[in-house]
Each structure stands twice: as C-alpha cells, then as structure tokens.
Design a protein around this ligand. Structure first.
Ligand code: C6P
Length: 510
C-alpha cells in the first residue's frame, strides 16, 4: 500500500479552510471548466462543470447520449428541455441561481462561521471534534441559542390567549417566526405555515387529515424507493386503513428515481404523490418540479419531504407548485422539536383538523365545536413557542450567510469528499447520483458499518453508520447499512482529509 499523498484530491482545487472566498472558488472552477460552457446562469452548470459527474449530467441535459438507459435519458431530456425552455434553469437543480458575481455579504468566511457554533470547539476522545452527522441533525449557532435564552429570560408566556404584555411579546415572537418561515420557503401566506414537531409529524398530519378525508378504496398513493421511513410508514398505514394501494417509484443503480417508471405508475387513480426532494442515504436530488408537474397531469396532490433539501438549497413552494411541504427545524440549525408543514390554503380549509383541544377552536359547546381557521386549526394545545422563535433565528442566520453561498460551498465539499473517498482502496461508495448534495455513503467490506462508525468516533469524527431509517433505499443497493458522512457549511476540506486518512487506516488495518 503506497503512502497517502499529502493531498489526495487531484481533480478539485484544494481551498484554504479560512476565509473561503466564493469568488475564488468560482474562479478555480472556471479554470477547470470544460470548453463547452453552456452559459446558463445556474450554480449547477457553473460550479458543476468542474465535476465529471456534473459534466455527464450536462451532457445528458444537452443531448449527449451519456450513460445509462436510453429511454430514461430521452424522457429526462424531454422534460429537461421543456423546463429549460420555460425557465432558463436546469431542472436537476431545484435552485434559483444568483448572479455569479460575489461581493460583501455574499462571501462567507468558514472560520468566522465556525466561531458561531460553540459545540464545534471541543475535543472528543482527545481529538478535535469533526461533526459529519449533519443529515441526522445540525449544530446550533450562538444566535439561535441566544434567541431561545432571551425568550425564556424575558418573554416566556402562553400565547394567543392572555391580555398581558409578556403574552403579547411571546405571541409576536411566535407569529413573527411563522412569517420568517413563509418568507424562507416563499409561501404566499403565513396562514399556510403550520408549526409541528418535525418532518415526521408533518407527513403524519397530512396523511391523517387529507388522506383520511380524500383517499378512498382503490385509490393509489405513490412514494419513492429513496424515501425515509417517515415518508413510507404513514402512507402505508393510511393505505391499509383506507383500502388504497401504495406504489413505489423504482431507482436506477446510481440511486436516482427513474422518471419513466414514475410516469408509468401515474394514473387517474393516483390521489397522492409524496417523495423526498433530497434523499438522506446518497444525497440524491430528485427533479422535484418535474415530478410535481407529472403528478398534476393526473390530478394528484403532491407532498414534498424537504427534511434534507431545505438546509442545503433555496426552496420555493410556489415555484414547485407543491400542495404540501414538510421540513424539520433541527436539520437547519434550529432546535429539536420544531418543524413545519406548508399546505395550500384551499386544501387546509378543506381538510379536517388533526388533533382537538385549545387554540384550534372558535367556539365549543357539548354538542358541537366550531374550528379555528388555518393554521391554528392544526395547532391544538400550547405550541412550542421558544423553539419556533429559535427556528426563526436559524432561518435569519442561514439567510444572512446566503443559502446560495451555502449550497455552492456544500456541493464543493461533497464532491471533494466523494472524489477523495473514491480513491481509498478497500472501501466501496454506495449510490452515485448525478445531482447530489451534502451526503456520501460507503461501506468497508468485511467491517460492519457501526464498527467503522465507532472506530471513527475514536478519531473524534461523528457520523452516522447504520440504515439511516431508509432500509428500502439501502437494500436497493444491496446493502443493509452504510457509513454516512454528511456535510454542512461549517465543515472544511481539512476535516474531510482527516476523515479520508482515518478511513484509509481502517480499511488497511480493520
Ligand atoms: N433523517 C437521518 O439521519 P425528523 O426525524 O421528523 O426530524 O425527520 C425525519 C426525516 C424525514 N425525511 C428525511 C429525508 C429525513 O432524512 C429525515 C430524518 C435523519 O437521516 C434522522 S433518521
């Protein structure tokens, strides 16, 4: 076994970890760029051209026969060309790009960002902590911790009910956070933003309200092989209860949904399509806008599980034209126990409340209850005020940093890690999606994934090793468990080099 090269990354520019200036990242990419630039004002094309994978995708998009199934390519191309003709943006990126010029606050400094996250500055097992478990949960900046402390120190109160000053302040804080969420996902109205505990609760809410009211025997619900258990079990339960059928979109060997197969599953029987915009095992970005449009042609409603997309790229629910959209606060630098389900107003008005109790009513007698209007109709009981305010502070933090900047830097880190890990002898990468964000999965044949996770923990590296609550997705790739580093904008290439070095040793020594 040859000694490890000082920088195992050959294809990507090695960036300094401090003061990462996005204009210099972009300049590095430009130097590496293939001659046939498509001139599309899109991060994926601009940044992605440095990556062979992305080049392949661009080839596919622009008519190169590329690799893989031709029928699938043709379908993708048709849909892609239409999307491009309509919008001028790549359908594979669910992003709207910013101009490619950076200045002032559009440039971020990784070390300055890291200083905002107190938890990162500790030793674990004698080594500097490396937090690569961001798909499971993200760490919280001081700004979020401070917002929660300030709330409990000065404003704590129940909301919407009392006539005193603290109740007014707490209510303003809570409703202010709802407005911040509205702005962040570009919902038309804050009344369409329901606070829940997280993505899981959001999907269950939709399944048990919309689903119970409108899914009938013989109807069909479509989900994807790439989905997290949170988007499988609630629909499976509902299908059994209502005599409906669950249909599952297959994926190809790369770990991408097969649009052609999805098309063939759709029919007038399809009442609901629900899928993750970004998968949590391979980081696959699914072409959400196209998938919504395809469902709409059959009159189906669509829920997008945004747990792994919202932290990494801009999301616009109006542009997606999605009916429901769920995400978790704790994956986007906010506290645990707070999340969001967005629903279109006309649907929220149509469907029944989920839980009964205080706050969700207008009037109660023993004979009858008149329900409150959305979103309050879906928020029975005293809500999680402090953590909603924490979520608002987290979205402020992300917005100040710039979600476009975050996305570009995280794509860079992810591709850096993928290429570096690919060069480690004795490990196998699992899943190879052409459009991915934040996640890389691998196995070390002969060593169970949890054991690899424990060995990495000894090096101070925290990541998830197991089935990631997505057993069907992993089984599709022939494995039961993987080791899964997942990246955030506070991570660095130096940390990835440390991971690669540790994995290399494990693969050699066991
Ligand atoms: N995935 C992971 O380590 P909750 O637990 O409700 O905040 O999020 C559920 C969920 C739903 N959809 C997707 C795509 C997810 O990734 C998750 C959570 C974590 O991958 C914890 S299992």
């Amino acid at each position: 076994m040859s000694a490890m090269p000082s920088n195992p990354i050959l294809k990507l520019p090695n960036l300094p970890d401090d003061a990462v200036d996005l204009s210099s990242i972009y300049a590095s990419f430009q130097r590496l760029q293939a001659p046939a630039s498509h001139g599309v004002g899109n991060a994926f094309h601009g940044v992605g051209d440095a990556f062979p994978e992305a080049g392949e995708l661009a080839g596919l998009f622009f008519g190169d026969p590329g690799s893989g199934n031709h029928a699938e390519n043709a379908l993708l191309r048709t849909a892609a060309e239409q999307e491009f003709a309509d919008t001028g943006y790549s359908p594979y990126s669910f992003l709207r790009d910013q101009p490619i010029t950076y200045s002032g606050r559009e440039t971020f400094d990784v070390q300055a960002i890291r200083r905002d996250f107190p938890i990162l500055h500790q030793k674990v097992n004698g080594k500097d902590l490396i937090w690569f478990d961001n798909a499971a949960t993200t760490q919280k900046p001081a700004q979020v911790i401070d917002a929660i402390r300030r709330y409990y120190e000065s404003d704590n109160s129940n909301i919407h009910r009392a006539s005193h000053t603290l109740a007014a302040r707490a209510t303003d804080g809570y409703e202010g956070a709802r407005e911040k969420v509205r702005r962040f996902i570009n919902a038309p109205s804050a009344d369409e933003v329901i606070f829940v505990r997280g993505t899981t609760e959001g999907i269950n809410l939709v399944a048990q309200t919309y689903g119970r009211k409108l899914i009938r025997p013989g109807d069909e619900i479509i989900i994807s092989t790439l989905d997290h258990h949170a988007n499988i079990v609630p629909w499976q339960q509902l299908a059994k209860e209502r005599g409906a059928a669950l249909r599952v979109i297959p994926v190809n060997d790369r770990g991408e949904v097969i649009l052609e197969a999805y098309e063939s599953l759709l029919s007038p029987r399809t009442k609901m399509v629900s899928f993750a915009q970004v998968n949590n095992t391979f980081g696959t970005v699914s072409p959400a806008k196209i998938m919504v449009e395809m469902a709409k042609r059959y009159g189906a409603r669509v829920l997008i599980d945004g747990a792994q997309s919202v932290p990494h790229a801009p999301v616009d629910v109006q542009e997606l034209d999605v009916d429901f959209f769920a995400f978790s606060g704790h994956k986007i630098y906010a506290p645990n126990g707070i999340g969001v389900v967005y629903g279109k107003k006309e649907l929220l008005e149509l469907i029944p409340p989920w839980q009964g109790g205080g706050n969700m009513i207008k009037d109660v007698t023993f004979e009858e209850t008149i329900f409150n209007v959305p979103p309050h109709k879906f928020e029975a009981g005293t809500p999680n005020v402090a953590d909603a305010i924490g979520l608002g502070a987290a979205l402020d933090y992300v917005s100040r940093t710039g979600i476009h900047n975050i996305e570009r830097y995280e794509r860079y880190l992810t591709e850096y890690a993928r290429q570096a890990l690919e060069q480690v002898d004795g490990i196998r990468l699992i899943g190879n999606p052409r459009d991915r964000v934040s996640v890389v999965s691998f196995v070390v044949p002969g060593i169970p994934a949890p054991e690899v996770g424990a060995l990495l923990d000894k090096e101070g590296i925290a990541l998830r090793a197991g089935h990631h609550c997505a057993q069907p997705a992993l089984r599709r790739m022939g494995v039961e468990a993987t080791v899964r580093p997942s990246f955030s904008f506070y991570n660095t290439t130096t940390e990835i080099d440390r991971l690669v070095e540790a994995v290399r040793k494990i693969a050699i020594n066991g």
